[in-house]
Structures are given as C-alpha cells and as structure tokens.
Write a protein that binds this ligand. Sequence first.
Ligand code: PNS
Length: 163
Amino acid sequence: MRTAICPGSFDPITLGHLNIIERAAQIFDRVVVCVAANTAKTAPMFTVEEKVEMVRRVIAPYPNVTVEVNSGLLAEFARRYEGSVLIKGLRAASDFDYEFQMDLINKRINPELETMFLTADQRYTFLSSSIVREMAHYGGELSGLVPEEIVAFIEEKAKTRRG
Ligand code: PNS
C-alpha cells in the first residue's frame, strides 16, 4: 500500500490544502494528513486539538484519508508508514526554496524518504493560512478560502480572540 503524508501546520486548513489532499488521495492508496508543529510559527491561532477537529470535518468524505498529530521530526514520523512519501504543495518559486531545504534535511534524517511536489491549483496560489487568520481577525468573508464545514468554527474562534 502506497501512503502519502501531507504535513503542515494547518492553522487552519485551507481550500488550497484540501485541493492538494484530494489530488493525493486520487494518486495514492492512502493519505495521512499530519498536523505538525512548525517551531518558526510561535503564536498559532488554533490549538492542536482544534486543528485536528477542523481537518477531521473536512476529510470526512474521503474514505482513504486520515489525520494524525506529530510533535517530533517529520522524517521519523514517516517511518511508521512503509514506503511512504511526503506530499507538498507549491504555490510559487519561493515555496520551492524552502521545500528544497526541507527535503534535504529530511533525507539526512531518513535517506529513503522522498518528497513529491504538486503545484497549487491556480485558484489558490494566493491563499495561505496566514491570509485566512488575518481575514478572520478583521471579520472578512471566509467562504472561498476555507471549506464551508469550518467557516463558522473559525469565525467563532476569531470572535472569542477579539474579546
Ligand atoms: O504548514 P507549514 O508550517 O509550512 O508546515 C511545515 C511543517 C510543519 C511540515 C514543518 O515545519 C515540519 O516538518 N515540522 C516538523 C519538524 C521537522 O521535521 N522539521 C524538519 C527538520 S529540521
């Protein structure tokens, strides 16, 4: 069984993420969405539990997609799934610079681990979790940025944070 691992901070999951997950689910037997910590991002909007809850709601229609949490090195996590590959979405050349570096460090840790890249759907090349967080903070329209199933969840969280 070939497993794709789609890792990310998912703070929150966006339609761009979902598009990559959906496409991976058509290519691979199984997709594991890995909610991971990015130490460069120090003040997440959502707790890990909230991120997982949102991912869970969004992937519910896909029978071969599951969600896991990982708080360690991604390349070590990938060892749990024999022959797995990492899937990353690329929106622009600047994404590639970062992902190329990540692939090299991941291979240093786990030389058998490959990363495959899917280019972002052009509808979502502008989209990022940080754009969604900013829109949510200012009460902007979230439809078209995140899956409908989690729009209210994000709006509610933003309202609580604004106080
Ligand atoms: O959505 P993001 O923030 O771009 O995802 C980045 C993430 C979480 C996939 C990356 O930071 C990661 O793999 N973190 C886990 C720790 C790790 O393995 N880091 C690479 C070796 S230093």
